[in-house]
Design a protein around this ligand. Sequence first.
Ligand SMILES: Nc1ncnc2c1ncn2[C@@H]1O[C@H](COP(=O)(O)OP(=O)(O)OP(=O)(O)O)[C@@H](O)[C@H]1O
Ligand SMILES: [Mg+2]
Length: 450
Amino acid sequence: MGHPVLSARNPFKLLAVDSDTDALGDIRTCLTGGELNIATASSGAEAIRILEFSKVDLVILDIQIRDIDGLSFLQYMRGQFKDIEVIMTASSPSVPDAVQAIKGGAANFLVKPLKPNDLLTAVERLLSKLAQRRALLPQSPPPETYGLIGISGGIRNVIERIERAAAINANVLIRGESGTGKELVARAIHYRSDRAAARFVPVNCTAIPDTLIESELFGHVKGAFTGAKDSRAGFFQIADGGTIFLDEIGDASLNLQGKLLRVLQNKEIHIVGSSHVRKVDTRIIAATHKDLPAMMERNHFREDLYYRLDVVDIYVPPLRERQEDILPLVNHFLGKYAKEMGLAPPGLSDRAIENLNNYSWPGNVRELENLTQRLLVNADNDILGVADLPGTMHRGVRPYVDAPKTLAAVEAEHILRILKSTDGNKTRAASILGIDRKTLRQKLKRIPPT
Ligand SMILES: Nc1ncnc2c1ncn2[C@@H]1O[C@H](COP(=O)(O)OP(=O)(O)OP(=O)(O)O)[C@@H](O)[C@H]1O
Ligand SMILES: [Mg+2]
């Protein structure tokens, strides 16, 4: 049955990326002979989708793929998926390219047309290495992101603050627009903290009728009031030792605010109908999409309560301010719900991706999650295109909310955005912009520093 590492049951997954379909066919033939599980992609965009959907162990990457420079793609992979081994291939190899590739972390640099034996040997060697490495590190945990998908600076900052909040016992205030993931953040803090074994109790502050506040929060004894047929524990007792999540704290009535403040100050509760006072040890994490300081000015929110809650402040930015997260989130939810529905996750056309990226997502991640479910229900293609997206997402309809700008300002903004997307690589930026490097340099000189 051939080499043990290359047996049919081997756990490794390979990906070949080449814009030349003949070359892809050759690689596939050569390696499936070794009974390997191999996927192929003819563009960088397609490769990214595969990398994000499935755990790939080894990539065979051509230096000249259609939509992205192979060396930049190598850099992206090394940054994003540290554990992946890479073999680079080139049809017109140059020494500087080979040096760059090896420096950039590729394990091999093979010249095309590929000799089946060379390829097979290189692959076998790398997979043996991976197998050994994995055997040595049986359970190296994945980087902890608490189910928070995203690669933007904004989400990394949130994750960092979750870590810090989890390590201490202070109260937390999470701010952010509706649907940005505030509850997910609150749960992450609780389950990372040393309170994880006790309960996480979500309380929606809008949903408590004023007459029931005390009994809901602090519980009541049998016969405490008409209708109290049994004793019942309140949220603070249930969450004793754990965490109470006060959701929509900005919607709490002044009455509720007063009651909450008292528990925060005294760390004790009065159970309704009993003369008994009980000590409680609960951590408070509150969340709101409202501007509490503005509410305080109008006396709609108590300042003393605000300062008790806002010890650790976590702001979750809206999705439109972290565009890099859109595609990873879409892929994540397409994968998740496709699996639930027993479907193969569909791909997305480049134009569909562009439209998703340009949409302003007023409902944030929740809107995106709902959209992916709808897309799956209606999908009748393997690749979702622009026509599958709701009309509001069609390019160009995004309302122009910005102040009027000069043409030069728009041009400058566009140039800087493209340059950012190429990580400052001027050659690639110039090629995307359809101008030469010299023109780009001149234009950049004219952009005033910000
Ligand atoms: N970064 C993320 N990664 C994965 N899923 C996310 C992320 N952010 C949000 N979600 C998902 O989006 C949905 C909305 O998130 P959540 O309920 O936490 O938002 P919220 O800020 O509490 O919204 P609201 O203010 O409307 O209550 C949930 O299903 C959540 O799991
Ligand atoms: Mg919520």
